[in-house]
Design a protein around this ligand. Structure first.
Ligand code: GSH
Length: 207
């Protein structure tokens, strides 16, 4: 059984969304975010202490977008992860990585500042830079979505999970009104997917 460490709204959401898209069974391992570095089982799965981690038999993995690629290739074939001979592969791979390396990663500083910085340091140049940097790079998505329905072409792929998560993350940080309408429309299309809707409530208390 596949075990996912971490839960929405952290980047574990990317992994759970992928599992839901693929219809694969999984177990969600509840780890308290605040105490995660004292959780021996979690720290063994992910020694750097970030969410998510994945355990699949003898395999342990970290890095949300690498896990998407693993799941598609290990349990595919699936259109969610185009393979190297597919003409869409280069653009797919670029956006799969762009979603984390260029979009989401730099936003950690926004989260950390908002929640953990002392009051006197909550407003600073680096924070505005991180937001402007995200918005400038998100233009690459807008340009691509002017050419095709999804980032890799006509089909939804793991690249959309990667970048869609990043745009949703930015919107949850209050940057929504600075997002281009094309990106807002794209995000709304992604969030309307049944697999996303199932993934987003995983681990939440039931009403
Ligand atoms: N590049 C990593 C980033 C992981 C990451 O930063 N996760 C956040 C939660 S969304 C976290 O655990 N932050 C605390 C930390 O890194 O110690 C990935 O995509 O999995």
């Amino acid at each position: 059984m596949i075990t996912v460490y971490g839960r929405p709204p952290t980047r574990a959401l990317r992994v759970i969304w992928m599992l839901e898209e693929m219809g694969l069974p999984y177990h969600l391992q509840n780890v308290d975010f605040a105490r995660r570095t004292s959780d021996a089982d979690f720290m063994q799965a992910n020694p750097i202490g970030s969410f998510p981690a994945l355990r699949d038999g003898d395999v342990t993995m970290t890095e949300s977008c690498a896990i998407l690629e693993y799941l598609g290739n290990r349990y595919g074939p699936t259109k969610l992860t185009p393979t190297p001979h597919d003409p869409s592969y280069p653009v797919y791979l670029s956006f799969l990585h762009l979603g984390e390396a260029s979009l989401c990663g730099p936003m950690n500083v926004i989260i950390a500042t908002r929640f953990y910085a002392p009051e006197s340091q909550k407003q600073h140049w680096g924070l505005d830079y991180a937001i402007d940097n995200f918005l400038r790079k998100a233009v690459a998505l807008k340009r691509r979505l002017g050419e095709s329905a999804y980032l890799a072409g006509p089909d939804f792929t793991a690249a959309d999970i990667s970048c869609g998560y990043a745009i949703g993350f930015a919107r949850s940080l209050g940057v929504g009104d600075r997002l281009d309408p094309i990106l807002v429309d794209y995000l709304d299309r992604l969030l309307d997917r049944p697999a996303y809707k199932r993934a987003a409530v995983v681990g939440q208390p039931r009403p």
